[in-house]
Write a protein that binds this ligand. Structure first.
Ligand code: DGY
Length: 433
């Protein structure tokens, strides 16, 4: 295990670019929002100054309205598409003048990442001082979500693009693509020069992705216009679980710091409303799990994915709901031939064990599920998620995503996407402690 841990440290140090980390070399050459959060958790175990710098650099890209972008383009490389010239964050009057970025966000992990840094720290006083220096920016980011991404005042933030979900090409979005007919774009894919095309989204899927961005750009990334016009408008259980977990972390951290009663009571208000709506609206009693809600077409998207179980991490389900989540997870995702936890329902015909978010196991989701299961007292299953995560990395390497079928590991490659992937290394370090 020491060897594996040393290799993980080497991966993180190699992906460090003087102030921030790339998710992996070549395929993702900039800073990504939720990647940075998970990476900071890894660094916190052996190099706290880098963990702090990672978060500082991320928060330095904050827009005037509190928004945090999903990619911050620190360099001019043209090895990634779509880059800064496509996204054009300068079109927004709110965007940062310092950093070029995208005009979409990613799951808001920063609140709970700060709390994890505090958990890991061996110098709690110094880490709390650091947290005190950045926490208001994270609060401002949450304020942005509740003021701009919740048009019906339900306590649930919407996402307007599949890239905001983090689960980029999930089969769940297929239902939304069926409601759209975007023009065919002419563009040069760069991802498929680094990774086999069978492991990445299709060109037609990219047409949809680009078209939604073009609508947002046409309206200078104004949230009200996006809420009115974007063909993709979804309340996502993973995204909202991250926000709710981070709300709780901000409450706990502000309490540790002392004072800030107004912010704590605002966070508690958001939290009360969010958890109630989440359970009323996103829990599908028939399926026994949480599902996504399509706000544009006003209907639930009734599919089971690893996101369906992520509310365990944020203390959202009651006991009965937690039992149901675990039963479904073990029945559909957890038989002896499979590693936990596939990103999409392995019993569905839309399941694809090699293609990005259409089935493979992802280390960050496993990490979320590990702590969520532990949180509800499912210690044996939590242990299995942890053991499975360590085993797939040991057998295949620090890949971006992994096959869930055990048989594949005997005869060939079972790790897919980018190699030496930062969050696979970072979260392994945390799991090994
Ligand atoms: C990609 O390029 O696939 C990224 O995941 C977008 O965030």
């Amino acid at each position: 295990m020491k060897d594996l841990q040393n290799k993980a440290i080497e991966v993180l140090n190699n992906n460090w670019k003087d102030g921030f980390s790339v998710p992996c070399a070549n395929l993702y050459p900039f800073q990504w929002f939720w990647d940075s959060g998970f990476i900071a958790i890894g660094f916190a175990h052996f190099d706290m100054p880098k963990a702090e710098k990672e978060i500082e650099t991320l928060l330095d890209s904050q827009w005037n309205n509190g928004f945090l972008p999903h990619i911050i383009f620190h360099t001019d490389t043209d090895t990634y598409f779509p880059g800064p010239d496509f996204h054009r964050s300068d079109l927004s009057s709110q965007s940062s003048k310092k950093h070029k970025s995208t005009g979409m966000t990613q799951p808001p992990v920063t609140g709970f990442v700060l709390q994890d840094m505090y958990r890991i720290s061996t110098d709690k006083k110094a880490t709390l001082k650091f947290i005190e220096s950045v926490i208001d920016k994270v609060y401002f980011n949450h304020e942005y979500f509740y003021n701009n991404r919740d048009p019906k005042n339900e306590g649930l933030a919407y996402i307007y693009h599949n890239w905001e979900s983090g689960t980029d090409n999930s089969p769940i979005w297929d239902d939304i693509w069926q409601t759209m007919n975007p023009p065919k774009y002419t563009f040069e894919r760069r991802d498929t020069t680094h990774v086999d095309a069978s492991q990445r989204p299709s060109n037609r899927e990219y047409d949809h992705y680009l078209y939604i961005i073009d609508i947002a750009k046409e309206h200078h990334y104004k949230d009200a216009k996006i809420a009115e016009l974007s063909p993709f408008l979804v309340q996502d259980p993973l995204f909202n679980s991250m926000l709710i977990k981070s709300n709780q972390s901000l409450i706990d951290l502000y309490q540790l710091i002392g004072g800030h009663d107004d912010k704590i009571s605002q966070l508690q208000n958001w939290q009360g409303k969010a958890i109630k709506s989440f359970n009323d609206k996103l829990f599908d009693k028939e399926l026994g799990v949480y599902v996504h809600y399509d706000l544009r077409n006003e209907k639930p998207l009734r599919y089971i994915s690893s996101s369906s179980f992520s509310p365990l991490f944020a203390n959202i389900p009651n006991k009965e709901q937690a039992v149901s989540l675990v039963n479904v997870m073990m029945e559909k995702f957890g038989n002896d031939n499979q590693y936990l936890c596939a990103s999409f329902d392995p019993t569905s015909e839309r399941f694809n064990p090699k293609k990005y978010w259409r089935g493979p196991v992802w280390v960050n989701l496993n990490w979320i599920l590990y702590y969520g299961l532990k949180n509800y007292g499912y210690l044996d299953i939590a242990k299995r998620v942890k053991a499975d995560t360590i085993e797939i990395i040991e057998k295949a390497g620090f890949y971006e995503y992994f096959d869930s079928r055990k048989e594949v590991y005997k005869n060939g490659t079972a790790g897919y996407g980018g190699n030496d992937f930062s969050w696979s290394a970072a979260l392994l370090i945390d799991l090994l402690q």
